[in-house]
Design a protein. Structure first.
Length: 194
């Protein structure tokens, strides 16, 4: 997995990030991603689409309402930043920590298929579960699913891997859902090129 991740850093690709609140698309943006020679991730914005905001209110109390809306938006922005930080602790984890966690993981075959399921408990937080599925014939990851929490609300992370023509595996679609915040983030990566 570490060798695969290192090779992927040679590629430039596009990433579409969509944010849904209460089922409605609130924001979508596309970035072009590449890595510097030192391994630093560089994101270049290509476009952004925001949901139409409500028309500005006038009359008694409009400033108070505007301040409340601004405060809620700031809270949501801060929550999304913490949610993404938590997600990265699972999906971009330290290879040494992941290797150590494999030693105590539950490993099972999925039915009569060629899939191997690895379940790791208490990986980042007490009570969390990270399930990684691998194709045993190719030794490639096919998906990762995480159940954890943030601010006492459940969070699920589902990552589906795709494969490039040269055999490298990349995160094709990631869905991050917070039931308590009624929030879903969908991240798609595509158009990989050297």
């Amino acid at each position: 997995m570490a060798a695969n991740a290192k090779q992927l850093k040679q590629y430039t690709f596009k990433q579409r990030t969509e944010m849904y609140h209460k089922g409605d698309l609130k924001n979508a943006k596309i970035d072009e991603i590449h890595y510097s020679t030192t391994g630093e991730r560089i994101s270049v914005p290509l476009g952004e689409q925001k949901a139409d905001s409500a028309p500005r209110r006038r009359g008694p109390g409009s400033r108070v309402i505007a301040k409340k809306i601004e405060s809620k938006q700031e809270e949501m922005k801060e929550y999304v930043e913490r949610l993404m930080s938590l997600t990265s602790r699972y999906l971009a984890s330290d290879p040494g920590k992941l290797q150590a966690a494999f030693a105590t993981a539950d490993v099972t075959m999925v039915g009569s298929s060629n899939l191997l399921r690895v379940v790791i408990r208490n990986y980042v937080k007490t009570g969390d579960t990270m399930t990684m599925t691998f194709d045993k014939s190719t030794n490639r990851a096919t998906k990762t699913e995480v159940t954890t929490n943030l601010d006492d609300g459940s969070v699920t992370i589902a990552l589906a891997y795709d494969q490039l023509h040269d055999g490298l595996t990349y995160p094709g679609k990631t869905a991050i859902t917070s039931a308590a915040a009624q929030l879903e983030m969908r991240i798609y990566t595509y158009d990989y090129r050297i």
